[in-house]
Design a protein around this ligand. Structure first.
Ligand code: PLP
Length: 382
């Protein structure tokens, strides 16, 4: 079949043929036991029909040769890192990663004899400054959480090639709709499929996409670590991804409009969204992203009571996770970044007045109205 456009791939790529009944969608094969006369097919070998089909879809959406589906984003991330790092190796990481990734590195890598360093800033030179003789992997996440800072993917890919390193990215926040890192030379793309790929706040899953050669290494570790996703969730995730493109495009559109709206609102101090010309990485965003995502953060003015604002929201829900079709907020200071000291938070630019906003697919006017009434209720005059 000739290569199809992204939107078409979301719907059709990797779909299994129902040869028995001619149904229009992938049949679900729940078997964990297959005849040994034919193959060594077994779910933990990632080779059941539904796993193989969905892995093809993810690979196509990322422009990769190969894909693999995992039981969570952290299963994908930990497996990929351990596939390329052994005792005595060293990895250079971005300094404001997803909390779970940071925990994996700082709490466990020493036990495995793996050395690590966090880059001081987000420029390629900041990463290069930390590279040493035993460095094997460079690991980034862009846009970052919650400040939506960007990393120059082409520059990181060049740096990795120059020093013969494997470059990895957590592409969760952008989703393949907005950003395909492999096109910029990044080696391994990782996803928490719990977020945009799933998109309905009801599936925990992860994914990896890369060259066939790199995937061989990841697979070798993956089948031993056993972080698979159940067949039923795989089938549901395939269904979810059929609407990935239209969901995320609507989220992009709503978020851009709301970022402008909030930036001009008298109760809002600052908005962090790469689609805004005021964002320091706006030019880079235009270069490496097709859309600016449904994620942003904003800071309430000092005379706005944050807790009142949170409680006053009627449509937008306070939750820990993100990227569902429903709009949600979270407060980084009391959730994702609560383990940091107030000083460390301040150093990262995370204030107590900061709200992270995951924009859904509701009507723009309803979202504006909800934000406006909550901001008005929470504002104290004088
Ligand atoms: C949620 C998230 C993860 C972890 O994914 P799980 O599916 O919860 O394991 C990793 N990276 C980013 C950016 C995330 O938002």
């Amino acid at each position: 079949m000739e290569k199809k456009q992204f939107e078409t791939q979301c719907v059709h790529e990797g779909q299994l043929k129902d040869t028995l009944y001619k149904g229009a969608i992938s049949p679900l094969y729940m078997a964990t036991a297959y005849s040994y006369e034919e193959t060594d097919r077994y779910p933990r070998y990632f080779n059941t029909p539904n796993q193989v089909g969905l892995a093809k879809k993810i690979a196509a959406l990322e422009g990769a040769e190969a894909g693999l589906i995992f039981g969570s984003g952290m299963a994908a991330i930990s497996t990929a890192l351990l596939a390329f790092l052994k005792k005595g190796d060293h990895v250079v990481l971005q300094n404001d990663l997803y909390g779970g990734t940071t925990n994996l590195v700082v709490e466990h890598f020493e036990n495995y004899g793996i050395e690590y360093a966090f880059a001081q800033g987000l420029e390629a030179e900041d990463f290069e400054a930390k590279i040493q003789e035993n460095t094997k992997v460079i690991y980034v996440e862009t846009p970052s959480n919650p400040l939506m800072k960007l990393i120059d993917l082409a520059a990181i890919a060049r740096l990795a090639k120059k020093h013969d390193l494997v470059s990895m990215i957590d592409n969760t926040f952008a989703s393949p709709v907005n950003q395909n890192p492999i096109a910029f030379g990044i080696d391994v793309v990782l996803h928490s499929a719990t977020k945009y790929l799933g998109g309905h706040s009801d599936i925990l899953a992860g994914a990896a996409a890369c060259s066939a050669a790199h995937m061989e290494k990841i697979f070798a570790v993956a089948k031993s670590l056993g972080g698979n996703l159940s067949e039923l969730s795989i089938w549901l995730l395939e269904r979810s991804i059929k609407t990935l493109s239209i969901r995320v495009k609507q989220q992009n559109e709503n978020a851009l409009a709301l970022a402008h709206y909030l930036e001009s609102h008298s109760a809002v101090e600052k908005v962090h969204y790469p689609g805004l010309p005021s964002h320091p990485d706006h030019a880079l965003a235009k270069k490496q992203m097709r859309g600016y995502t449904g994620m942003m953060s904003f800071e309430l003015k000092a005379n706005v009571l944050r807790t009142t604002f949170e409680k006053a929201l009627a449509l937008i829900q306070p939750v820990v996770s993100l990227a569902g079709v429903e709009s949600t907020i979270t407060i980084p200071a009391i959730t994702s970044h609560k383990l940091l000291s107030p000083a460390a938070r301040a150093e990262q630019g995370i204030t107590d007045q900061m709200v992270r906003f995951s924009v859904g697919i509701e009507h723009l006017d309803d979202l504006k109205n909800d934000l406006n009434q909550a901001l008005t209720q929470a504002t104290h005059e004088g």
